[in-house]
Write a protein that binds this ligand. Structure first.
Ligand code: ADP
Ligand code: TRP
Length: 354
């Protein structure tokens, strides 16, 4: 095995599907972490354990094609996702922000990886398995979804992939495929590590189960405040009498409040739960306000960015140029290694296996 490179740049990469508008689960479970991981504006100021040298974030429109079949809607969702991410704090100077399909190198790399992918590995992957067990039709796009995801990661020599728990299996697949390709053709790909969201908690939806588009229990980050208020006021609660003291730790309404409210308000609310003698309506009203305050700055930024659609497209075009430069380099390495690029020698080992 080649020696480990002493100065390998750390590079975070993640993708998010534009299958709907972002909800609180997406924000607290994924997006917030992407934003926290961006390299600091002043690199000297941020050499903490969390800091990475580079960050690549993309909108996974190719993956979304397996579910969004309306072209106009897909276009709208991709644009909105970019606006939302920038409004929430993703800085296109500190991170490379792009759209997955703007980097065709990734789809070619997908094919190279497909040739080393055992069927059994994909059959065990949960997105496909879940559909099959529920008797739903699944297409080859869904079946090979983890291979495209592996290409997404390997194309940029990513070292850390911030994801929610549900994506860890896919990172394992990515590592398996990279390892298989490397053992056949030499040291081509870097093996990435997943980075789980701190705490890893599942954000509950309005019905108390995991917040998810598929359960229709979401509260969107940027939805109209009046609509948001209606949804919050309809959050399901138990029917214990008002006088009873309640354990805040087991209550999904309190869990949402804790994510959105400042720490002091959260502690006061926990106290109120333990004392009893209050109605859930009060908590809901407090949650309406906490949510509005939490995202007030992001909403203002969103309104400003949205007023200039050309600006977001320019950001995405610049991101795609930077992403293609990196992916082109990795694809070239992979093509040469497996004998596709005639007249070009195989790449030298790079000593990059973490
Ligand atoms: P959905 O379930 O609504 O379709 P996605 O599967 O598109 O959401 O999720 C995108 C990202 O957001 C994933 O990384 C996932 O881990 C995270 N995520 C989604 N819902 C939640 C949740 N309720 N709690 C924590 N993280 C979540
Ligand atoms: N599959 C991921 C999700 O549904 C999105 C995704 C696509 C991704 N490619 C990726 C995440 C590469 C991390 C790295 O959330």
């Amino acid at each position: 095995m080649p020696p480990e490179s002493p100065r390998r740049p750390s590079r975070a990469l993640s993708g998010i599907q534009p299958t709907g508008r972002f909800h609180w689960g997406n924000y607290f479970g994924a997006i917030r972490q992407y934003i926290d991981l961006q390299p600091a504006a002043d690199p000297a100021a941020a050499r903490g354990a969390e800091a990475v040298d580079e960050a690549y974030y993309f909108i996974a429109d190719l993956h979304a094609l397996t579910t969004v079949r309306d072209p106009a809607r897909l276009r709208t969702l991709v644009h909105a996702a970019a606006v939302d991410l920038v409004a929430l704090g993703l800085d296109p100077v500190r991170a490379v922000l792009f759209v997955q399909s703007d980097v065709p190198e990734v789809t070619e790399l997908t094919w190279l990886l497909m040739t080393v992918t055992p069927m059994g590995l994909l059959e065990r992957c949960h997105a496909y398995k879940d559909k099959k067990t529920r008797g739903l039709p699944a297409d080859a796009g869904l079946f090979t979804y983890p291979v495209l995801m592996a290409a997404d990661i390997l194309a940029y020599d990513a070292t850390v992939v911030p994801v929610g728990e549900d994506q860890v299996q896919h990172i394992e697949v990515c590592r398996d495929l990279a390892d298989k390709f490397n053992s056949l053709y030499g040291d081509v790909f870097m093996l990435p590590q997943p980075r789980l969201v701190v705490g890893g908690a599942k954000v509950p939806g309005t019905d108390g189960q995991k917040m998810s588009k598929s359960y229709e229990n979401t509260i969107d980050v940027f939805e109209d405040l009046a609509a948001q208020k209606k949804k919050i006021m309809r959050i399901t609660t138990d029917s214990r009498p008002m006088e009873d003291p309640k354990d805040p730790e087991t209550d999904h309404l309190f869990e949402l409040f804790s994510l959105l409210a400042p720490a002091a308000d959260r502690d006061r609310m926990a106290e109120l739960y333990r004392r009893g003698g209050f109605g859930y309506g009060e908590v809901k009203k407090a949650l309406v306000e906490a949510a509005a305050d939490h995202f007030a700055a992001a909403r203002a930024r969103r309104a400003e960015i949205e007023s200039d659609p050309a600006r977001i497209e320019a950001i995405l075009a610049a991101g795609a140029r930077r992403a293609r430069a990196k992916a082109g380099e990795v694809l070239d390495r992979a093509r040469r290694a497996c004998g596709l690029a005639r007249g070009k020698p195989a790449p030298r080992p790079r000593g990059v296996r973490p």
